[in-house]
Design a protein around this ligand. Structure first.
Ligand SMILES: CC(C)(COP(=O)(O)OP(=O)(O)OC[C@H]1O[C@@H](n2cnc3c(N)ncnc32)[C@H](O)[C@@H]1OP(=O)(O)O)[C@@H](O)C(=O)NCCC(=O)NCCS
Length: 202
């Protein structure tokens, strides 16, 4: 897979099917409006009650403005659209940039992972996390790292089931009086040094 930004969807280079009715394709700049729409639907259905409405609006503006998404794609961040049939149901965004805090190995950093409400809690997330692991392995990366709100119990369940473990907790000031209150989770890519099968004993 190319690390270079593309100008649009690449159906001819779509990633392999990962389930009977689920496909993942790399997003390009032509998908910016779609990603914004999917993010807005997911955030407005899921985050009220967990974070304040002003913070939801602030973060959507910061993270999903057309300018920010274009900049993410141009600096090499990878966005992927998940589709069932021709219907987009969510997206992932990840960044293979190495993080200097790790002495060994480099993580794939999962920055965004959102399904539209009607496709949450139906097993699609688990399939996509399996796809993500294959993607990390294909990039030669030995672990996946992500951040999740400490009160996001559904996502925490999904990640724990998929073998992610707590490595850190942080509170980040993101401006205008808002903070992100997150856990940092990681899992080893299967087959990499230090990997243990999820659920295996010590
Ligand atoms: C986090 C998220 C991507 C996880 O995706 P998901 O599809 O909900 O997660 P899973 O695949 O693990 O879902 C499993 C759930 O589906 C249920 N399920 C129903 N049918 C299933 C099937 N055929 N196979 C597996 N699980 C199934 C499971 O019982 C489980 O329910 P539970 O979580 O109440 O125990 C999704 O919930 C989401 O978009 N949430 C809102 C945004 C968000 O929080 N993003 C993460 C930010 S860090």
């Amino acid at each position: 897979m190319s690390a270079h930004p593309s100008s649009g969807p690449e159906p001819e280079r779509a990633l392999p099917r990962i389930g009977i009715d689920l496909q993942v394709r790399k997003a390009g700049t032509a998908d910016v409006a779609l990603i914004r729409e999917l993010a807005g639907r997911s955030w407005h259905a899921f985050y009220p009650g967990m974070i304040s409405m002003p913070q939801i609006h602030y973060m959507l503006r910061q993270m999903y403005s057309p300018r920010r998404l274009q900049a993410d794609l141009l600096r090499g961040a990878h966005y992927f659209v998940a589709e069932t049939g021709d219907r987009p149901i969510g997206f992932l965004g990840c960044d293979p940039t190495p993080e200097p805090t790790h002495a060994s190995g480099q993580p794939l950093v999962l920055q965004r992972f959102y399904l539209v409400p009607e496709f949450q809690g139906r097993g699609y997330g688990a399939v996509l996390l399996g796809w993500l692991e294959e993607h990390a392995r294909g990039l030669g990366l030995d672990r996946i790292r992500l951040r999740v709100n400490k009160h996001n119990h559904r996502a925490l369940r999904a990640y724990r089931r998929a073998g992610y473990r707590l490595v850190d907790a942080l509170i980040e000031d993101i401006g205008e009086g808002h903070v992100m209150d997150d856990y940092v989770l990681e899992r080893r890519v299967a087959g990499s040094p230090g990997w243990r099968r999820p659920g295996a004993g010590p």
